[in-house]
Design a binder for this molecule. Structure first.
Ligand SMILES: Cc1cc2nc3c(=O)[nH]c(=O)nc-3n(C[C@H](O)[C@H](O)[C@H](O)COP(=O)(O)OP(=O)(O)OC[C@H]3O[C@@H](n4cnc5c(N)ncnc54)[C@H](O)[C@@H]3O)c2cc1C
Length: 381
């Protein structure tokens, strides 16, 4: 292949470019990114960067040395508007196009929005984070809609800034669908222990300058409203490509699409194993998929398949939560160190006599040991 286009200049796109070079590819790599910025890291956007304790430079995914050694042809501030496989072309929003023998789709997703919440903040990009940070002036009351990972981290950061925060969550407990009710109760406790007004089982209607209006007609007063209700995979540009899209770009177990010269990785990749489709929205997944997708792209066929580690971390208040594996709600949870009322514990999920997931609050050492020992062959849902 003489030239490979990587569409999406964020974590997955960067990891793909790095892997291409690491696996000996010395042709051209064009990195196309809709955002005008050089690739940057997103996790700090809801944590230290939002709090104002991490500098903008610390977000950069590529240092000067990487930029020189990777020899990337950047096209930043332009969107890929389509994929034209028969002519091996990626048309761009500036009227130009990139001719490429291979394509890595790494377009991630955009923050989901809620109807009626047009004036609210969302948090996906560094520009979103800067806008939210500017609004978090002393004395403002913040309402966060959604107590998932990002909503919880925003609430936590706002509390660290001394702001009054209310979190409005539709589920009976935060993150219950991911962690199950016992660990979800721990997440709820973190909010309450740190002075956040967590309200679960709440249906929101819309927001206005007065705050968030609930479906029962009541008002939750707020000066700043943030919605953290998930993301939507960025696939619109592929509508006429002939590729199968729908909740992401569909691939086989090796992240290869119907076209052997087109692979997808990161938050946008919807890969299939044994007929079941999966998509992950976590940092480690984007990194771990790159070597597999790139190997298959360069081989021109699926020679490797992807096995997810299912690793996720989240920093909330004084706690670091870590999860690995793929537990299901009906798996048996047991506490192997500490208990759910303590500030540090480790729990595992068992299924058919095997450990299928590990969770820790503030115990990275034991978490990592168990993760290595017990999840050598990560189980998949
Ligand atoms: C605020 C925040 C905090 C997070 N914290 C954590 C955490 O603590 N732990 C964790 O495990 N994960 C965390 N994540 C998730 C993690 O950051 C994502 O999984 C990761 O960024 C996915 O990388 P990606 O490259 O697949 O997608 P993205 O990061 O979404 O990047 C996709 C890029 O493609 C660009 N793009 C889209 N369409 C086009 C197009 N048509 N043409 C050109 N460019 C396009 C987009 O502008 C974007 O820059 C967090 C995410 C956010 C937003």
């Amino acid at each position: 292949m003489k030239r490979i286009a990587v569409v999406g200049a964020s974590l997955a796109g960067v990891r793909a470019a790095q892997e291409l070079r690491a696996q000996g590819y010395d042709g051209g790599i064009v990195l196309i990114g809709e955002e005008a910025h050089l690739p940057y890291d997103r996790p700090p956007l809801s944590k230290a960067f939002l709090a104002g304790t991490a500098a903008r430079e610390s977000l950069e995914l590529l240092g000067a040395g990487d930029l020189a050694s990777l020899a990337l042809d950047f096209r930043l501030g332009v969107r890929a508007t389509a994929l034209d496989p028969s002519n091996r072309r990626v048309p761009l929003s500036d009227g130009g196009s990139v001719h490429a023998d291979g394509v890595v789709i790494a377009t991630g997703g955009r923050a989901r929005t809620l109807p009626g919440f047009e004036g609210a903040h969302t948090l996906r990009t560094v520009d979103d984070a800067l806008a939210l940070r500017a609004a978090l002036v002393p004395g403002v009351r913040v309402a966060v809609v959604g107590a998932g990972f990002i909503g919880a981290e925003v609430a936590s950061t706002c509390r660290s800034l001394g702001l009054d925060v209310v979190v409005l969550e539709a589920l009976p407990l935060p993150l219950a669908s991911v962690l199950g009710s016992e660990l979800a109760a721990v997440c709820a406790r973190l909010h309450l222990d740190h002075g956040t007004d967590l309200r679960c089982g709440v249906r929101v209607s819309h927001c206005s300058a007065a705050g968030v209006h609930l479906a029962d007609g009541s008002l939750v007063p707020a000066d700043v409203v943030v919605t953290g209700v998930g993301m939507t995979p960025e696939t619109g540009w592929l509508a006429d490509s002939g590729l199968r899209v729908g909740n992401g770009v569909h691939t086989d177990a090796g992240l290869v699409t119907e076209l052997p010269q087109v692979v997808a990785i990161g938050d946008v990749a919807h890969y299939h194993v044994d007929g079941a489709g999966r998509r992950h929205e976590h940092w480690t997944n984007a990194s771990e998929q790159a070597p597999v997708a790139v190997a298959n792209l360069l081989a021109g066929r699926t020679s490797r398949t992807y096995t997810p580690s299912g690793y996720v971390w989240s920093d909330q208040y004084a706690g670091t939560l870590q999860l690995a594996g793929h537990p299901r709600p009906d798996d048996a949870l047991s506490f192997v160190d500490g208990d759910p009322s303590s500030s540090s514990f480790v729990a595992t999920w068992q299924r058919d006599g095997s450990t299928v997931g590990v969770f820790a609050l503030n115990n990275a050492k034991l978490f990592n040991r168990l993760r290595r020992q017990a999840l050598r062959r990560p189980a998949v849902v």
